[in-house]
Design a protein around this ligand. Structure first.
Ligand code: URA
Length: 261
């Protein structure tokens, strides 16, 4: 075999190994302008050397391997995606955000709530649904006989849109893959979409929330039940009756005891 053939074979193998690392949740970044594969080959041994301490970022020429910090969610896989989201710069929201807002809760939750995007409080804290609407969501969860930590809470968009405007289609296109990966790991038995924007975005429809709520749809292989957004319920308390009936549908599906009136 000629030397260049050996090199190109090694190169193909290295590319495959890097893809495998990526599939396992590691991030590697190829910096544009320096596509020096020979340097990569030289560093092959060190890239695949024993893992660096958790939380560290290892930079080798044009390859960065990020090792996640200690898992707080109970899932290393989720933490790896959270790290990716933290360094995501796919859209201009990256410039205006204080924190990315990935998601919280049980990595094996049977029930997952999905809102639209972080607001001001969430952007400051890096956690979804922590403002007034979040307090109501927590009460709704408790009403179901559960705690916040029993479920998983996330948004479609992981960065706050300026002035809390609705997410732009391009932002959804950039961010929804992260959500899909979260769902694939958590494998919830049921998803509750919170509000019109969440339900319409996930279901790719313009049907009003009043028509979508109260019945089961499908998203990423899981049943999805839309209900009103807690912020809407704060403004329209009379809609809480319908929201409670939606939550009861979810409870039935999960075999949870419905409290006596
Ligand atoms: N509204 C949302 O849709 N998500 C949050 O995290 C907070 C408010």
């Amino acid at each position: 075999m000629r030397r260049d053939e050996i090199l190109s074979e090694k190169l193909a193998r290295l590319k495959l190994q890097l893809e495998t690392l990526k599939l396992h949740g590691h991030q590697y970044v190829e910096f544009s302008g320096n596509n020096n594969w020979i340097a990569k080959l030289r560093d092959e041994a060190s890239v695949f050397a024993p893992a660096p301490p958790a939380g560290s970022t290892k930079l080798k020429d044009n390859v960065a391997v990020v090792t996640p910090g200690k898992s707080s969610s109970g899932s290393g896989e989720l933490d790896l995606i959270a790290q990716e989201v933290k360094s995501c710069e796919l859209c201009p929201l990256a410039k205006s955000r204080t924190n990315t807002v990935f998601g919280v809760g049980d990595a094996k939750a049977r029930l997952m709530f999905i809102g639209e995007a972080p607001g001001r409080d969430e952007d400051l804290k890096g956690e979804p649904f922590v403002g007034r609407a979040g307090a109501l969501l927590t009460r709704m969860i408790k009403g179901m006989g559960l705690e916040r930590g029993d479920v998983y809470i996330a948004n479609i968009i992981k960065c706050r849109p300026p002035k809390n405007r609705n997410p732009e289609p391009v932002e959804v296109d950039n961010c929804e893959p992260y959500l899909k990966r979260q769902i694939n790991i958590i494998k919830p038995e049921i998803i509750c979409a919170l509000g019109a924007v969440s339900a319409q975005t996930l279901l790719k429809t313009k049907t009003p929330i009043s028509k979508l709520r109260g019945r089961l749809h499908q998203y990423q292989g899981a049943p999805l039940l839309p209900t009103f957004h807690p912020a809407y319920l704060l403004r329209n308390p009379s809609a809480k009756t319908e929201a409670w009936s939606d939550l009861q549908m979810i409870m039935k599906k999960l075999g949870l005891k419905i409290p006596d009136k």
